[in-house]
Design a protein around this ligand. Structure first.
Ligand code: ATP
Length: 359
């Protein structure tokens, strides 16, 4: 296996930068998810790494080998990169074993050696016993595992996944997520996994690269991305963060500041060294908001909508002081949240969105 280095890579189509000055390192054996809204450049980045597209500037290295730079581009078949696509791309007329072994046949690998490698790859993805089936007689999850085995049989340095679970139903997605995680743990394969499903990225990845309009917005471990978003886009994109304008009043104990939000003073977490400033923003999430008790400090809000979802209610509100802001809280217990009714809320914790360059 090998790591991947993307250094200052830009890809321009006409006059549009689909990928803009992106730099990131994927460590040997790491599982990196690339996450972002539709059109942010995820697939383009993957195609650049695979060698299907040429970069406009920058450099891509797989291990210590430069595969793309200003002087040229190593063709896809020489990069030793495996790709698992969303639509499986299996040959319908071939059996599972023939699909998996196709690249070995083309490369004229000795038949007995090829048979063993196919058997090993099928066993890695828990498909022993299905070698003679045709793709039409497999479930969606099994087809996706055949696609994975087909990519592994070529002993790639790096495996790229392009939204591999997007075509599967919710239950199968969850079980395939578990299988991908187990597979990664077992093999230590370096993986770059493109998805727009944040729950999937959070569940699987060691680190997540969030892209926004072709740029890398933040590269961090799932927990850090959730707790310490580097900018407003990441804050609102991850787990439906609520971004609120704030004024930093003073630095408190290490890593905390006192802020004024909606006329209410709260202590929130922050990067070290934050100083008082007027035009700040904080990120909070629904669990950070609680309904204030009688006489408690907080801010008033009006319920705009209540959506009942099984045992929980999503209550949408707008603060009296700034009715253009939209907040939501999830409540487990039933209660009366009639549209138009007033609630007093308090902010229990939050994160001061840093000023300046992403981490
Ligand atoms: P999605 O999640 O919807 O698949 P994405 O994040 O993978 O989106 P890309 O497919 O990488 O996004 O596209 C990024 C931007 O580049 C889009 O605006 C797209 O229209 C543009 N783009 C991609 N390929 C080309 C191309 N061959 N020619 C021109 N523009 C392109």
């Amino acid at each position: 296996m090998a790591g991947l280095t993307i250094a200052n890579v830009t890809k321009t189509f006409g006059d549009y930068d689909a990928v803009k000055d992106v730099s990131l390192d994927v460590r040997d054996g790491e599982f990196l998810a690339v996450l972002g809204p539709s059109g942010c450049g995820k697939t383009t980045l993957l195609r650049l790494v695979a060698g299907f597209e040429k970069i406009s500037s920058g450099q891509i290295r797989i291990g210590s080998d430069v595969v793309s730079d200003a002087s040229g581009s190593v063709p896809p078949e020489k990069r030793r990169v495996g790709i698992v696509f969303q639509n499986y791309a299996l040959w319908p007329h071939m059996t599972v074993a023939e699909n998996v072994g196709y690249s070995l046949k083309v490369a004229k690998v000795d038949k007995a050696v090829a048979r063993q490698r196919v058997a090993d790859a099928l066993s890695l993805v828990n498909l022993d016993g299905l070698a003679d089936r045709r793709p039409a007689n497999l479930s969606g999850g099994q087809r996706q595992r055949v696609a994975l085995a087909r990519c592994l049989v070529a002993a790639p340095s790096l495996v790229l996944f392009d939204e591999p679970l997007a075509n599967l139903d919710v239950h199968l997605r969850a079980s395939m997520e578990d299988e991908f995680a187990a597979f990664h743990k077992r093999t230590g394969t370096t993986i770059v996994y493109i998805t727009h499903d944040q729950a999937e990225a959070m569940a699987l990845a060691d680190r997540i690269a969030v892209m926004d309009h072709g740029r890398l917005a933040q590269l961090a471990a799932p927990r850090d991305l959730y707790r310490e978003p580097a900018n407003e886009m990441v804050a609102s994109f991850i787990a439906q963060g609520i971004v609120l304008p704030a004024r930093v009043l003073s630095a408190e104990q290490e890593g905390h500041v006192r802020v004024e939000v909606l006329g209410h003073e709260v202590v929130v977490r922050c990067r070290p060294g934050e100083l008082p400033r007027a035009d700040a923003k904080i990120c909070i999430r629904s669990p950070d908001l609680e309904i204030a008790g009688k006489g408690e400090a907080g801010f008033d809000a009006t319920v705009t909508r209540a959506i009942y979802k099984g045992g929980a209610v999503r209550v949408e509100l707008s603060p009296t002081l700034q009715p253009d802001l939209h907040l939501h809280v999830e409540r487990q217990e039933p209660g009366s949240f009639e549209p138009g009714s007033q609630i007093r809320l308090k902010i229990m914790s939050g994160w001061l969105i840093p000023n300046g360059k992403p981490a």
